[in-house]
Design a protein around this ligand. Sequence first.
Ligand code: 3PG
Length: 387
Amino acid sequence: MFCTVKQPLISVRVCERKTAVLESCSIVPPLSLSLPRPRSLVSVQKPLHLSCGGLGLGLGGVRRDFVARGAYEAERSEVEGARPPSDAAKKVKIGIYFVTWWALNVVFNIYNKKVLNAFPFPWLTSTLSLACGSFIMLFSWATRLVEPPNTHPQFWKNLFPVSVYHTIGHVAATVSMAKVAVSFTHIIKSAEPAFSVLVSRIFLRETFPFQVYLSLLPIIGGCALSAVTELNFNMIGFMGAMISNLAFVFRNIFSKKGMKGKDISGMNYYACLSMMSLLILTPFAIAVEGPQVWAAGWQTALSQIGPQFIWWVVAQSIFYHLYNQVSYMSLDEISPLTFSIGNTMKRISVIVSSIIIFHTPVQPVNALGAAIAILGTFVYSQDLENL
Ligand code: 3PG
């Protein structure tokens, strides 16, 4: 289990000493990006879409300092005393990361839904996912598998709003998945770029070129078509996915402030985020659901499924942490744009596999809506790339 955590440690140790954050971009834990401090920065004027862990934030019309990949790679090999990997080796590595990320996410989504079908208490399962991640990271710090971060009160103060939105986004997505098909939640979550642009426009007063707004039409239209033709539509499930989209966009915005100038790796930042979110979520989970209904529900699930139900819960919690971990590792190697395309493809993997595994009934017009929405996300990414 800890091999996965251990693998990026070589670069993490470097990062703990020499951390630079893409502070002008909204990179969000668990996918906050921490890179060795670059020797040179290039300024890019392009609008940039960052979709981190299923999160997107469109940024446009503002100056951003962006780490030059060449400088990053040069510094990394200099520190580690190794030659930079060839293009082919890098592509293979990124390919392995992507496949692992999607596979872990598919497994998480399947076990998460299996658990929620038998034990419909999303507030508890969300809490357990965060608890598992927190435990893994505390263990890693205690055993020095991961160098613990040096934090101060202001860091935790800045982390608080990020944690609030992280908690809301996580629990809302899980509530959604408890009420509707996994595929439907992910179709609605593919509308994240639209939320990013709208929030940036309304709250940050950022402007975007007309074609960016235009490219949102298929995303919104496709999701709407899919929603109105969804056979098992449920308003709570729909709203959960929508709230998750909104909360994750705000999480991006606040994480920008939280990460700014902090000497902490993305992995440790996410660990702290998990821990703070766990503290925030626990009292709400107890208030909304509570130990009595959990105990009764647990007994029912055990009697229906058998002891393997416990392993489903363990699996969904561990895979939640692992997929976030690997997505962070992917982001460390690629541009945010490539990452956002990878994240959309992740949703396709989840949608297709969950439809097959759970025998989700899909009408042709419903599938058409999903396809338009997903295609819209690609068009959106391309629009930003070409600006
Ligand atoms: C969660 O529980 O936080 C969601 O499942 C996140 O999904 P995403 O990483 O695909 O956005």
